[in-house]
Design a protein around this ligand. Structure first.
Ligand code: AMP
Ligand code: MG
Length: 387
């Protein structure tokens, strides 16, 4: 995370800010509500007149202002949201009255101020209503509209180059050939990149030669981030690490004591941050969630919730780790008020099926196991299922 800082900001129309990260504090320019107003459909009254029978002197629909005062012994019909007229200090909801239009009878006394939303009770002029670093969702869009902030400063979306190394790879629309496999990592990573609020630039398949790998990394180096998949292990045709070294990249780490995802490399290549991700689809998926997604969020300007949240989830079957910490793909659901994690049947790192329905990673430390029915620390990488 220390290798990453927030990129620049840009202005967008507030309605286009969904999913972006706010890069300025948003301040309320006025009080809201603008004035004391009715929280109910009912009658605006003077509390000291209750209980009693009052003369109805008018009606105030929402969006309209009263032209008269409520004097002793009178009331005005008032609709939800309409400003409370001068002279009135209380609203009686219609259900507590006989609903009269000429005269109205209220059987009970009410505390002064009942059913009135006070001026400024939602926000006051000068309040910071949205903080810099906030991720903008539907509620935040509503707030931007509410304070009439029509143009807003958000973090630039990181541009992420995706390189798929491997002589065995063909693109999705190519005919099937013995020995070749479809490049599934590029679309996987493109979707994950979008989900993390960044822009994917798939640069295609890179043959397993040192020269081709160097050329591909060079062409990717104008992006904010580079993701490579495959070719980062210790095989005879793995050239990512070599090529990074040849280009003078500064490698911060290579190989992590985890499963899957052991060969992950992190380097600085010029202005780009380069993640060398493993070729196995599941390793690619897991290492993206653990390393890349938090970095992309930080680059977009997000300040909180960078990492997947960790919860305790009850395992439906036992899990065991050998020499390395393992991140098992699990399906997390809410059952009887607690979180349950069901390990997915296929756990092989080459298996696409083991990612389907994976919304959690159950973490089991090296040389330990967790029994069925016991809790495992689980990182949430998607919404919890309703069960
Ligand atoms: P590597 O790390 O290059 O040895 O690749 C490990 C495994 O992942 C091999 O079985 C590769 O065929 C597979 N693999 C590598 N890249 C991709 C990709 N882009 N899409 C799907 N599988 C891949
Ligand atoms: Mg390879």
């Amino acid at each position: 995370m220390d290798e990453v800082s927030a990129l620049g900001a840009e202005d967008v129309a507030f309605g286009d800010a969904f999913g972006r990260v706010l890069r300025e504090d948003v301040i309320a320019p006025f009080d809201a509500p603008q004035a004391d107003n009715s929280a109910m459909d009912g009658y605006a009254v003077r509390s000291e007149d209750l209980p009693g029978t009052l003369r109805v002197i008018g009606t105030i629909p929402a969006g309209h202002l009263a032209t008269e005062r409520v004097e002793a012994g009178t009331a005005m019909r008032i609709m939800t949201g309409a400003f409370v007229p001068d002279g009135a200090d209380t609203v009686v909801q219609v259900e507590l009255t006989d609903g009269g239009t000429e005269v109205v009878t209220v059987q009970k006394a009410l505390a002064r101020g009942a059913s009135i939303r006070r001026r400024g009770e939602d926000m006051r002029a000068g309040d910071v209503v949205l903080r810099r670093g906030t991720c903008i969702g539907a509620a935040e869009i509503a707030m931007l509209a509410g304070v009439q902030k029509r143009v807003v400063s958000v973090g630039r979306k990181p541009i992420v180059a995706i390189l798929s190394t491997g002589d065995e790879l063909i693109e999705v629309d190519a005919p099937r050939v013995p020995g070749k496999i479809v490049n599934t990592n590029a679309p996987l990573l493109a979707a994950l990149v979008r989900d993390a609020g960044a822009i994917p630039r798939s640069l295609g398949i890179v043959p397993d030669t040192r020269e081709a790998t160097i050329a591909a990394l060079t062409s990717a180096a104008s992006s904010d981030f580079i993701l490579t998949s495959g070719g980062v292990s210790v095989g005879a045709f793995d050239f990512v690490k070599d090529a990074l070294d040849a280009l003078g990249a500064e490698t911060r780490f290579w190989k992590v004591a985890m499963k899957p995802g052991k060969p992950v490399v992190l380097s600085r290549l010029g202005h780009s941050v380069c993640f060398g991700l493993p070729g196995n689809p599941v390793s690619c998926f897991v290492s993206f969630h653990l390393f890349v997604a938090p970095a992309l969020r930080k680059a977009a300007g997000q300040e909180a919730d960078l990492f997947p949240p960790a919860v305790r989830a009850r395992l439906t079957s036992p899990l065991r780790a050998a020499d390395r910490r393992v991140y098992f793909r699990v399906h997390v659901s809410a059952r009887d008020g607690e979180l349950v994690a069901q390990p997915l049947a296929a756990q092989g790192s080459g298996s696409l099926t083991s990612m389907i329905h994976a919304n959690g990673l159950a973490v089991v430390e090296a040389q330990t196991s967790v029994d069925a029915g016991a809790f495992a620390t689980t990182l949430l990488i998607g919404p919890v299922s309703a069960g």
